[in-house]
Design a protein around this ligand. Structure first.
Ligand SMILES: O=C(NCc1cccc(CNc2ccc3[nH]ncc3c2)c1)c1cc(-c2ccc(F)cc2)cc(O)c1O
Ligand SMILES: [Mg+2]
Length: 214
């Protein structure tokens, strides 16, 4: 029984990145994915767009759907102001186990709460389980056919407020057609597409930024 790709990614982080230095964790993962093994992290190009959206918003409460190895978790959490919280949901226990160690290596445990389970079950429990009122920022990067149902669930559970920003990865590749159709035609959102590339490739992909209007 050999190692998995997430485990090899984690080993690279623990070998090459500086403990407590989120930027070196990000750089190590990007190098690993570019020169050793591709992995489905948001990557450096789309990651810079993610950084600018988070920096401009300066969110106190943030939600990430789809942790994977924790790359975007680290990108987001490193930019959060003191006292703010990022809740990240991961369904796959093996991914969650790797992500916990990547987040710890980056020294971001006090800003991140990783919760294992499916978004469909956890979103309705956010208020009672985690004392969340509403989210200022949501990053969608989990199963692409869950983007739309989970966005509707966030609305129904009163977890969005006027001005909440949703940022969706992979709206071109692999693609989220139903989500794009809904969000771009809904009068309750103001959306903008940020053209980019699929992580570590020349294939087109992009991020859709949508502001909830209430
Ligand atoms: O599919 C993707 N990511 C989602 C994903 C995928 C697998 C497992 C999980 C398990 N995690 C999970 C699931 C359900 C969940 N519910 N609540 C939380 C939660 C968490 C999540 C993806 C694919 C590609 C891609 C691949 C190949 C290719 F050629 C081009 C592009 C690029 C990306 O950037 C991607 O993000
Ligand atoms: Mg993605």
């Amino acid at each position: 029984t050999g190692s998995t790709r997430p485990q090899r990614l984690l080993r690279a982080v623990q070998k090459k990145a500086t403990q407590g230095d989120p930027q070196s964790v990000i750089a190590t993962i990007d190098h690993f994915c570019r020169h050793s093994e591709w992995a489905m992290n948001v990557g450096d190009e789309k990651g810079s767009i993610l950084d600018s959206v988070v920096t401009e918003l300066n969110p106190s409460s943030a939600l990430e759907l789809g942790t994977y190895c924790g790359y975007s978790t680290v990108r987001i959490a490193r930019l959060l102001p003191p006292g703010s919280k990022l809740i990240t949901l991961e369904f796959n226990p093996a991914y969650a186990a790797v992500a916990r160690q990547v987040i710890a290596w980056a020294g971001l445990n006090d800003k991140v709460q990783l919760v294992e389970g499916p978004s469909g079950d956890l979103i309705p429990q956010m208020k009672e389980l985690f004392g969340v009122q509403t989210f200022d920022f949501v990053f969608l990067d989990h199963w692409k056919d869950r983007y739309l149902p989970d966005t509707k669930l966030l609305e129904e559970c009163g977890l969005l407020r006027k001005g909440t920003v949703l940022l969706a990865d992979n709206v071109i590749c692999p693609g989220t057609p139903e989500y794009l159709e809904y969000i771009r035609n809904s009068s309750r959102y103001e959306s903008r597409y940020f053209k980019s590339h699929l992580e570590y490739t020349k294939v087109e992909d992009g991020l859709e930024k949508s502001v909830f209007l209430g």
